[in-house]
Design a protein around this ligand. Structure first.
Ligand code: MOS
Length: 776
């Protein structure tokens, strides 16, 4: 039997089991009418097929307009000057030379900047999205090395850049805390999203000490900077007290609300659009540049375009902080875990709210007799750190999954078998049942396809010329979230065209394409009769393209809107329709109209319903319900990651020669864009494993490699053939049966590579990135 058939049969069996369980238990809140959604109705079988990006031609021909491409009359260009000390105050700032240059329209410093309110930092209020809560250019204080100290507006970008370089600043420096080791004595337990991270179940230290087998290791991961291909930028202008901002954003409604607080205007007076975004990964939120550009535009009375240089992104857009993690596992001779300890320390600042929550994967990955999980944070004088693709899991799985591999070596068992031994029945730290967890199936099909049986368990035994060859694996895991706030407006016109509007985002993931497919399927319309409009804060909904939850959030809102639309249409159809007397839950969209679910002969087309009712259009707006499913169920995306590496015995160079991700993420809506999401995550994980590292000078708090020439990310030569497969088992408790897939791909990758490097060489590298000096 082929792997595909095997997986399909497995999927069907598992689907029947989970559907049965779903019906027995209370229905989930997002399901209209309390009837379990038939996952997605396969009317023309669109969902699950390969659909190319609808915006692809616009992007490759340059017709798609990104944030810094909106032309505005009388627009001027912004450039920034950055502080060169980590802490202190500006003693003098001389702007005369800059102001004297031709083309310069304005030089703004703390001396002439408009008075601004403090920025609400993310996680401090439902729509707060500031990277930190520091005042922006309001006084002479310096809080990090790289903080903007001046803004220049000029007729051209070149004039602005030149003028910014002529601004002369002297400082009174103060002693800054920039060394991690110096700050560690003041470590304190951190909380994440308002809750402490400490989990203690049983006496894990005692169980560890008593266990016949154990590992107890420290793993380190460095700072990482954000490098989306599209630099952070905005084009903006004021119309009276109204601010219109074309932004590169993964959170238009949040940016509008937060800017409104900063400028002391009503939320409705800030209009943020973001139709195309060249990657975000957690960085396209609200940083100083949008605030400074809007303040300078106000002062100058001119529209402003700001686009950060790559160095600018490193100076003032936060990245992932460093981590030092202890993972200790105590086990019985049969492999069962008695104790799982995952603790450690990260760096953050006094003015942001993001301690990298690296323990998240350890909360649910394995069963164990006892747990001790916690994250401490220290405060450094540096740029605020923030969310970066799979915050917590990407670096947390490096430590956890390396330690599991080390324990497998200690026990002399296969690392996949060890993971199966410790597969939990229910969430081991909450007791909540899993909604849909098929990680064992993902491992089995992945191992078969990758040829895991050809791996030699003894390290350093497979050599081809100068190259030592090894294989490693690791578990990928990332939670299912659905944030409240999803809402949608759905309009059906008399020509049978449906348009949904939602303040959501397309950062390159394929969202716009996939949700066009989903809506077309739900309404029974061809794709060219459906428009998905997004990327505008004036549209309904407060939707964050983050936490891999945008699809679930959109899905729940669209399901609610579809239910409202069907209600309206049935009212309009009235008693003369074949649909007379039916409830919204009794009809579905088929071939351009509504049909009774169990009797496809009872149908009326949308065009017919609207024309009989003499209506040009019907429009409804509805909100997705509260995400109660996450309270009833432990919900996650999963993957089994397999790496084959070749390590040069002479130079220590590591090449990843093959990679396979075997995923279990519920229903895959669009295999084409999903494959890209998985591959993109894996490529980012390869960068984390082998090259990415922000060089932070601990003497000065200055980032020393603020460019892609010195901060390495994978290029084509570094990326092998990446194979991607999935179970495609829908989760009946998630809208559309789908789990998020934006972040799962990066998780587990660094550990799979590190474990493969150990298998190839016998050398265990516990601090990322795995550079050749660590292997010689
Ligand atoms: Mo992400 S770090 O949720 O954009």
């Amino acid at each position: 039997m082929s792997i595909v058939e095997n997986a399909t049969q497995l999927a069907q069996g598992a689907l029947q089991a989970v559907m049965k369980k779903a019906v027995e238990l209370a229905p989930d809140s997002w399901i209209p009418g309390g009837v379990p959604d038939p996952l997605i109705q396969h009317k023309h079988g669109l969902v699950g097929t390969q659909v190319a990006r609808l915006d692809g031609p616009l992007k490759v021909t340059g017709a798609a307009r990104f944030a810094a491409e909106f032309p505005l009359e009388t627009m001027v260009y912004a450039a920034l000057t950055y502080s060169t000390i980590p802490k202190g105050r500006i003693a003098t700032i001389d702007v005369a030379a800059a102001e004297a240059l031709p083309g310069v329209v304005l030089v703004m410093t703390y001396k002439n900047a408009p008075r601004l309110n403090p920025t609400p930092a993310m996680l401090t209020a439902p729509k707060a999205i500031g990277g930190d809560q520091l005042p922006v250019m309001q006084d002479d204080r310096i809080h990090w090395n790289g903080e903007p100290v001046a803004v220049v507006l000029a007729q051209t970008q070149e004039q602005a850049d030149h003028a910014a370089s002529l601004i002369a600043v002297t400082y009174e420096t103060e002693i800054a805390m920039t060394r991690f080791e110096d700050a560690k004595p003041d470590r304190a337990a951190a909380s994440f999203m308002g809750a402490p991270m400490l989990i203690e179940i049983g006496d894990a230290e005692a169980s560890l000490a008593a266990a016949p087998h154990s590992v107890d290791r420290t793993y380190r991961t460095p700072r990482h900077n954000h490098n989306p291909i599209e630099l952070h930028g905005a084009t903006l202008f004021w119309q009276g007290d109204e601010l219109i901002l074309h932004d590169a954003s993964q959170c238009v409604a949040h940016v509008a609300w937060t800017l409104a607080q900063v400028f002391g205007v009503d939320e409705a007076q800030v209009h943020v659009t973001s139709p195309y975004v060249g990657g975000g990964f957690g960085s396209k939120t609200l940083w100083n540049h949008q605030i400074l550009a809007a303040a300078a535009a106000k002062l100058a009375g001119r529209p402003v375009r700001i686009m950060l240089s790559r160095e600018g992104v490193y100076r003032m857009v936060g990245g992932r902080t460093l981590t030092e993690q202890r993972v200790a596992i105590g086990a019985q001779a049969d492999g069962h875990f008695d104790a799982l300890i995952h603790t450690g320390v990260v760096a953050m600042t006094p003015h942001n709210s993001m301690p990298e929550p690296f323990i998240l994967p350890s909360k649910s990955a394995y069963a164990a007799g006892s747990f001790l999980l916690n994250v401490d944070a220290v405060k450094l004088d540096m740029l605020a750190n923030t969310f970066m693709r799979a915050p917590g899991e990407s670096v947390g799985t490096f430590a956890l999954e390396s330690a599991v591999d080390e324990l497998a070596v200690e026990l002399g068992v296969d690392p996949i078998a060890l993971r199966e031994t410790n597969e939990p029945e229910t969430n081991p730290t909450t007791g909540t049942p899993f909604s849909s967890r098929n990680i064992v199936a993902a491992y089995r099909s992945g191992a078969e396809r990758f040829g895991w049986d050809k791996r030699n368990a003894t390290p350093g035994t497979r050599r081809e010329g100068e190259w030592l060859v090894g294989m490693g694996c690791a578990t990928a895991t990332y939670p299912y979230y659905r944030m409240p706030g999803g809402a949608a407006r759905l309009t059906l016109t008399k020509d049978g065209h449906a348009t949904v509007e939602i303040a959501a985002h397309e950062m390159g993931m394929g969202t716009a394409t996939t949700h066009t497919m989903v809506l077309a399927e739900r309404l029974g319309l061809p794709m060219d009769k459906v428009s998905f409009l997004y990327g505008d804060s004036k549209m309904p909904g407060v939707v964050l393209a983050g936490g891999s939850q945008q699809t679930a959030s959109i899905g729940a809102a669209v399901i609610a809107a579809q239910n409202a639309l069907f209600t309206e249409l049935l009212k309009l159809a009235g008693n003369d329709s074949p649909l007379a007397g039916l409830k919204p839950s009794e009809v579905g969209g088929y071939e351009g109209g509504l049909c009774k679910l169990d009797d496809p002969s009872a149908c009326e087309s949308y065009v017919s319903i609207l024309s009989r009712a003499q209506r040009d259009a019907v429009s409804v707006e509805a909100a997705g319900s509260a995400p109660l499913e996450t309270q009833h169920w432990s919900m996650h995306s999963y993957g089994a990651m397999f790496a084959e590496v070749r390590v040069n015995a002479v130079t220590g160079e590591v090449r990843v020669s093959r990679f396979l991700g075997s995923f279990d993420c519920g229903k895959i809506l669009n295999p084409k864009t999903a494959t890209s999401q998985f591959r993109g995550g894996i490529i980012m994980g390869l960068g984390m494993a082998l090259m990415e590292e922000t060089q932070f000078d601990e003497r000065t708090g200055r980032v020393m490699n603020p460019s892609l020439a010195e901060y390495h990310v994978p290029v084509h030569m570094d990326v092998p053939e990446i194979d991607v497969i999935w179970t495609d088992i829908p989760d009946p408790h998630a809208p559309m049966g789908a789990h998020g897939i934006g972040e799962i791909g990066i998780t587990g990758v660094a550990a799979a590579v590190a474990n493969a490097v150990f298998n190839a060489t016998g050398k265990r590298v516990r601090d990322l990135p795995i550079t050749l000096d660590k292997l010689l």
